[in-house]
Design a protein around this ligand. Structure first.
Ligand code: NAP
Length: 334
């Protein structure tokens, strides 16, 4: 039985604790912590056998914790991953792995020193049935080479403190991972464009933004990033290949025909949109640790997304594509 400690008792932290407690076999949540101590105490009180810790560091050091799940805010991720590695513990870190590529490199070096994988990153879209089927079709070669991706990531709103850069490093980070995974390719260069701004955004950040990428093989990607769209959590992706296209399906929804209209609801909450992917992701993670180590998105994948995010954020306002340069891939991640 894998004993898990969860750092960060906010929206996704509580959701993952529920999932690990209610659904995922072979594990038990034994500890939680939060910057805001009361949040950890309240969360722990909802379950038998969970102890609330004052700090993430104490939780990581706790002898009963075999593996750490990091669901705290972005700036705390790299420090907790490094601390988990210093204690030789398996660690599942929600995206992004770090705030920048330099911190990801530190994580990679620390993991390499162990000579085995201990880190998994929460790029759960790889476990979504729609994306997985798109990848199967692209990899089969039946549609020829992939040439372009048109994608969009639309959110209803963002919490206070949201900044323009986070549209890339926190939001489009999912597309930065899923596009290189779908194409089995790496990025060559990228650029962020500011377009006509939406009146739905009044909090000082750019909205929408367009992310443009070119891959090593010459494929082109455009991602529309809207973080205040006023209507729903809407994730779209189309891969254009030589002989056809593949589209991400909309989530299951019942169609209503009434009042001379055909309609179906659009989800508003990311927790619902990818609920099955999160379930599969954590189930597979727990299973993989029983079999010797994580097999899902690695520290290298977390690094690749952050290298691209750094370059994109540097490009803002320059009017130029900037190179996206990664270090050589260590054997551990090949
Ligand atoms: P949230 O509701 O704000 O929860 C974050 C929690 O972490 C808050 O309770 C916060 O406390 C706490 N925290 C902040 N700094 C901390 C620290 N140094 N140590 C311990 N706890 C700390 O945010 P969320 O939506 O759950 O997101 C949490 C993380 O998950 C983010 O990194 C986000 O990118 C990621 N995420 C991933 C997905 C996905 O699709 N894979 C979806 C949602 C979120 P305070 O409120 O007191 O600061």
């Amino acid at each position: 039985m894998l004993k898990i400690g969860v750092i960060g008792c906010g929206a996704i932290g509580r959701d993952h604790i529920r999932r690990l407690h209610d659904l995922v076999p072979g594990c038990q949540v034994v500890a939680c912590a939060d910057y805001f101590e009361e949040a950890a105490v309240k969360t722990a009180a909802q379950y038998d056998g969970i102890q609330a810790y004052k700090t993430g560091e104490e939780l990581i050091a706790a002898p009963e914790v075999d593996a750490v799940v990091i669901t705290s805010s972005d700036p705390s991720h790299a420090g907790y991953v490094l601390e988990s590695l210093a204690h030789s513990k398996y660690v599942f870190c929600e995206k992004p792995l770090a705030q920048n590529a330099a911190d990801c490199e530190k994580i990679i070096q620390a993991e390499l020193a162990h000579g085995k994988r201990l880190v998994q990153v929460g790029f759960m879209r790889r476990y979504d049935r729609g994306y997985a089927e798109m990848k199967r079709i692209i990899d089969s070669g039946e549609l020829g080479a992939p040439l372009m991706i048109h994608a969009c990531h639309r959110n209803v709103s963002q919490p206070d403190g949201f900044q323009t850069e986070m549209g890339v490093s926190n939001v489009a980070i999912h597309e930065l991972d899923i596009c290189r995974w779908l194409l089995s390719d790496e990025y060559e260069s990228g650029q962020v464009l500011k377009v006509r701004q939406s009146a739905c955004s009044t909090k000082g950040y750019d909205n929408p933004q367009i992310v443009l990428l070119e891959t090593k093989s010459g494929a082109r990607i455009d991602v529309e990033v809207q973080v205040a769209d006023a209507y729903g959590y809407d994730i779209q992706c189309q891969v254009v290949c030589e002989k056809g296209t593949v589209n991400l399906p909309d989530p299951y929804a019942v169609v209503t025909r009434a009042n001379a209209t055909r309609s179906f609801p659009i989800l508003t909450d990311w927790k619902d949109r990818f609920i099955e992917a999160y379930d599969i992701e954590l189930t597979e993670w727990v299973k993989s640790l029983a079999n010797g180590g994580p097999t899902g998105p690695s520290a290298w994948d977390g690094y690749a997304a952050c290298v691209a995010a750094d370059a994109l954020n540097r490009s803002r306002g320059t009017g130029q594509f900037l190179p996206i340069q990664m270090m050589d891939k260590p054997d551990l991640y090949k």
